[in-house]
Design a protein around this ligand. Structure first.
Ligand code: NAD
Ligand code: MG
Length: 398
């Protein structure tokens, strides 16, 4: 509680959308939380501003030259923050003995190693970085159990599910029949599928309800974000893949639902604002002010739901396909998708070709028996799938 020592928080990826929202919530509760460490990839200006404001003990930049530049700037500003550089420093800081809570808000598989380090060190791990769990799968969950970590979802859908589930996880299986993840449908929900080959990165990143980083924005437009979330839910709540459903809900007010054995349906509602699941994760099991606006039911135009058009969003099915395939298949899908999205954002391939790259990479990169049994094996699998995906990208661009 607030009367005891302040929670020491490490934010991995503090300069991103989730990272900035986390700092916004923390700034509302200076008596509860202290920023112990902030990390970013290479945006020196942004991290410098955050360090001067929050005065963390450590700042980490995974890019070494960026770290050197930040160090020089903070020194001349008289800041007490110590700057570390390199990817190993991310892992060290996530497992630092003085850290209580780690917010995992790095985008992509680059967050896997620091997430695992936090899990093994028994931290409270607030997981926004869904790709880390999609890549790590059962191996990741095993590390959470072995380290005695507390894993709390930050993805709004998974936070919603968690808030609707019974408190004791041992009762989930007997009480819960299935879960329903809601999906806004992204910016192309009503667009003619045949015209999806013409969309630009700017159109794909213009999400109707959420302001987010570019990678997750493209994933929301292809529905790969929902595919990653199906995989994430399978591991977080130890569900059978067939017990996870997806329904389109364009207003993003119902954040997801749990269907009980008696067919009672529990839902969590709120304005689409990431500070709600972030505040929930930080304070759990308490509840604190998040800064989000009230949901005004008298001004809601309506809550609508519709089935998903599989032809428009062929990538979604890959979630169930990879969960049923060899362990490590979800890591292959994630790697291909990260490469395909980067190529689309760089203007190298078309929007509809993201799925082509993902499907072809999955066809060709089949994980071996021990491919998902260690961090090293997973990183090797990830690297191999990326090489293959980049070959497909080259072929499509030619
Ligand atoms: P973002 O692009 O805005 O920020 C990413 C952060 O990660 C930045 O701080 C960046 O410096 C850091 N980073 C990027 N690449 C890195 C690397 N190779 N090594 C170390 N650090 C690196 O992304 P975001 O929208 O904040 O999303 C972060 C994660 O949270 C993603 O996994 C996303 O799927 C998930 N998420 C985001 C939202 C949202 O509203 N933005 C909602 C749900 C889940
Ligand atoms: Mg989500």
């Amino acid at each position: 509680g607030p009367s005891t020592a302040r929670q020491q928080v490490c934010i991995l990826g503090s300069t991103g959308s989730v990272g900035a929202n986390t700092l916004d919530v923390i700034a509302r509760h200076p008596q509860r939380y202290q920023v112990f460490a902030l990390t970013a990839h290479r945006r020196v200006d942004d991290l410098e501003g955050q360090c001067l404001r929050f005065q963390p003990r450590y700042a980490v930049m995974s890019d070494e030259p960026a770290a050197a530049s930040l160090r020089a700037r903070l020194r001349s500003a008289g800041s007490p923050t110590e700057v570390l550089g390199g990817v190993d420093a991310l892992t060290e800081i996530a497992a630092h003995p003085d850290v209580d809570t780690v917010m995992a808000a790095i985008v992509g598989a680059a967050g896997l190693a620091p997430c695992l380090a936090a899990a093994r060190a028994g931290k409270r791990l607030l997981l926004a970085n869904k790709e880390a769990l999609v890549v790590g799968g059962g191996f990741f969950m095993q590390a959470v159990r072995a380290g005695g970590a507390q894993l709390l979802p930050i993805d709004s859908e998974h936070s919603a599910i968690f808030q609707c589930l019974p408190e004791d996880p041992a009762t989930w299986r007997e009480r819960i029949e299935r879960i329903i993840l809601t999906a806004s449908g992204g910016p192309f929900r009503d667009r003619d599928p045949a015209s999806l080959c013409d969309v630009t990165p700017e159109q794909a990143c213009a999400h109707p309800n959420w302001v987010m980083g570019r990678k997750i924005s493209v994933d929301s437009a292809t529905m790969m974000n929902k595919a990653l979330e199906v995989i994430e839910a399978r591991w977080l709540f130890s569900l059978e893949p067939e017990d996870i459903e997806v329904v389109i809900h364009p207003q993003s007010i119902v954040h997801s639902m749990v269907v009980c054995r008696d067919r009672s349906v529990l839902a969590q509602l709120g304005t689409p604002d990431m500070r709600v699941p972030i505040a929930f994760g930080l304070a759990y099991p308490e509840r604190i002010e998040s800064g989000a606006a009230h949901l005004d039911f008298t001004r809601l135009s309506g809550l609508t739901f519709e089935a998903l058009d599989r032809r428009r969003f062929p990538g979604l099915q890959l979630a169930w396909d990879t969960l049923r395939a060899a362990a490590g298949s979800t890591a292959v899908l994630n790697a291909a998708n990260e490469e395909a999205v980067a190529a689309f954002l760089a203007g190298t391939i078309r929007f509809d070709q993201i799925h082509t790259v993902n499907a072809r990479t999955l066809d060709e990169v089949v994980p071996g028996a021990d491919a998902a049994g260690s961090l090293e094996a997973l990183l090797e699998l990830d690297a191999g799938a990326r090489r293959r995906a980049r070959d497909f990208v080259k072929g499509l661009a030619a």
